[in-house]
Design a protein around this ligand. Structure first.
Ligand SMILES: [Zn+2]
Length: 99
């Protein structure tokens, strides 16, 4: 009985930690990162620090890239999930599922 509770606690901690790491991956480079263009559009792009085929690099946390939302070229910056509004977060989780 006591052992069951310990095992359950360990499982909960592992699942919680794994989820935290997954969330973290969403906005840590390299990888799929939420970005905002200079006109305020949000989209998900593959951001690999120091290396990019699709975009012109403009320093560490900005680059010139095609914005698929507004269909224009713009300077984009990575956005942390915590900086998004609830509506934006919902929109992005919907987008990431469709990728
Ligand atoms: Zn845009």
């Amino acid at each position: 009985m006591f052992l069951d509770i310990i095992v359950l606690t360990i499982v909960v901690v592992i699942v919680f930690a794994a989820n935290l790491m997954m969330r973290h991956k969403g906005y840590i480079v390299p990888g799929k990162t939420i970005v905002r263009c200079s006109k305020g559009h949000l989209f998900i792009t593959t951001w690999i620090e120091g290396y990019s085929l699709k975009a012109v690099r403009l320093g560490s946390l900005s680059r010139y890239q095609y914005c698929p939302i507004g269909k224009h070229w713009a300077i984009v910056h990575p956005v942390k999930e915590s900086a998004l509004s609830n509506d934006e977060r919902k929109l992005m989780s919907h987008h990431s599922k469709s990728l």
